[in-house]
Design a binder for this molecule. Structure first.
Ligand code: IMP
Ligand code: MG
Length: 179
């Protein structure tokens, strides 16, 4: 395994290994399996970053579910723009449904607080959030995350779905920007 990687102009060092991530994903899925027993939620994958986390999670689930995808954009390079643009919406009717939002990372919380507000207008039965990563020091908006993989320092990370200028999403491990 490479300890250091380079994407465009930046160097990143290993932060969470594939094995650490997979063990944590399984542990989260075990809890979610208990909580969603007997239900049939919509698993809402926030593209692009959470496509891998969603794919790994749903394969551990043992309740019936449907998968939906939405896409927002707020990042340019390694900085949040503080604005969120909706690029792709959902096809399903969500009134009366349980919705489990799957996100790669909660940074300022802006993306998710907006997504939840928008969902609530459609009267789902319940909304819960699973995020692989959370940067507590960066959080500026109120987001109640029910399932958190790892709380991490306020440093830019890539891999396991997360990108730096669209690169690095394919890496099985997570890397942190090297200062
Ligand atoms: P927020 O709206 O500030 O919470 O930002 C959330 C989105 O920004 C996430 O869904 C990611 O796509 C992206 N993001 C935030 N932090 C990072 C990071 O460290 N690396 C890569 N993408 C990030
Ligand atoms: Mg994302």
């Amino acid at each position: 395994m490479n300890e250091l990687i380079t994407l465009n102009d930046k160097t990143f060092e290993i932060y969470l290994t594939e094995a650490e991530i997979q063990a944590r994903v399984k542990a989260l899925a075990d809890r979610i399996n208990v909580d969603y027993k007997g239900r049939k939620p919509i698993v809402l994958c926030i593209l692009n970053g959470s496509f891998i986390f969603t794919a790994d999670l749903v394969r551990h689930f043992n309740f019936p579910l449907t998968v939906e995808f939405v896409r927002y954009s707020s990042y340019r390079g390694t900085e949040s723009t503080g604005r969120v643009t909706k690029i792709l919406g959902m096809k399903s009717e969500i009134a009366g449904k349980d919705v489990l939002i799957v996100e790669d990372i909660i940074d300022t919380g802006y993306t998710l607080s907006n997504a939840v507000k928008e969902l609530m207008r459609q009267h789902p039965a319940s909304v819960k959030i699973a995020s692989l990563l959370l940067k507590p020091e960066a959080l500026k908006h109120d987001v109640a995350c029910n399932y958190i993989g790892f709380s991490i320092p306020n440093k830019f990370v890539v891999g396991y779905g997360l990108d730096y200028d669209e690169l690095g999403r394919d890496l099985p491990s997570i890397y942190q920007l090297k200062e």
